[in-house]
Design a protein around this ligand. Structure first.
Ligand SMILES: [Zn+2]
Length: 310
């Protein structure tokens, strides 16, 4: 069974050469054949309905939006239509300045992504990541002078002529791994409750950020040992997932455990255990033990493991 990883279905051509085509950009932003996602303080505009849908503004409406924008970024093209996102974060109440459709509200993408069409959710993830980067890189890290957007929102350049450093969007790699013990039907997987989980009741795969001058395989082994005292071998890459909350790329791995006794790092981990496949399948039915969200690569790693002998 092939399982889908969420936020991976960008149906756009990123068309990077058009990012520098000022004439084309000006013409499109003048209102011809464009669709624009409004964003506000990391939130996306959706219809306020039981089945929320992302709001895209077209042509003249989109131009009005762009004229109020702190930052407009070009996402890509789909056929003849060009897609942009515009960040209204500088406005206290966007609806007072921009003609937003009625019965809409700005909402957290993470909370409603599972209700959105996959391609749309992916475009919004891309837009959210760029908007966040612009908001948090207003000043040059080299000299402290203001920076300004270039290449339709895909670079920022320092305005100090003596510096002129170009800054690029950040993507921070993080490893996420399903560690298994034993083989075949009796194989078990290491899942943990992270103290930061809002519910505090969710078991998930281990994860952590890659450090400077570290390979991905080394990061997997280090994080697993730090958090649970388990040594791993046979670290194998599986798949990746963009996770723009705010700027991560999740790199999914499998690894084999060399020892069984778990010693948790109490600052970060509330509990860690070995789960059989049957125990994982029973999770949803157990009080206080829930599997990770369907939109996370953690769930994909777990489901893929469950499929192996299902
Ligand atoms: Zn500078």
């Amino acid at each position: 069974m092939t399982r889908t990883i969420f936020y991976t279905a960008l149906g756009l051509d990123r068309a990077h050469t058009l990012r520098e085509d000022e004439e084309w950009l000006a013409q499109r932003l003048g209102g011809a054949g464009i669709r624009v996602f409004p964003l506000w303080r990391d939130r996306v505009l959706v219809s306020a309905a039981d089945n929320p849908d992302a709001i895209l503004m077209a042509d003249a409406e989109a131009t009005a939006l762009h004229s109020q924008s702190g930052e407009t970024v070009f996402l890509g093209v789909d056929g003849d239509v060009a897609y942009f996102a515009t960040d209204l974060s500088h406005l206290e109440e966007p609806a007072n300045h921009v003609p937003l459709p009625e019965n809409t509200s700005f909402e957290d993408l993470r909370r409603l992504a599972g209700d959105l069409e996959h391609g749309t959710a992916t475009m919004l993830a891309y837009a959210r990541a760029l908007a966040y980067w612009h908001r948090t890189h207003q000043f040059c890290g080299m000299c402290g002078a203001p920076t300004e957007s270039r290449k339709a929102g895909h670079e920022r350049k320092c305005t100090n002529p003596d510096c002129g450093k170009t800054h690029f969007p950040r993507t921070d790699p993080a490893v996420i791994m399903l560690v298994t013990l034993g083989n075949g039907k009796n194989q078990r997987a290491l899942l943990a409750q992270n103290k930061r989980f809002p519910s505090g009741i969710r078991y998930s795969t281990l994860a952590g950020f890659v450090e400077p001058a570290e390979t991905l395989e080394q990061a997997v082994a280090r994080e697993v040992f730090e958090e649970t005292g388990i040594r791993v071998s046979d670290v194998q890459y599986q798949a990746s997932q963009p996770w723009p909350f705010p700027a991560n790329l999740m790199l999914g791995f499998r690894a084999s455990a060399e020892n069984e006794d778990i010693v948790i790092q109490e600052d970060e981990i509330a509990d860690a255990r070995w789960f059989s496949r049957d125990e994982v399948l029973d999770m949803a039915a157990q009080d206080g033990v829930l599997p990770p969200s369907q939109i996370s690569i953690s769930r994909w790693l777990i489901d893929t493991w469950l499929d192996e002998t299902a």
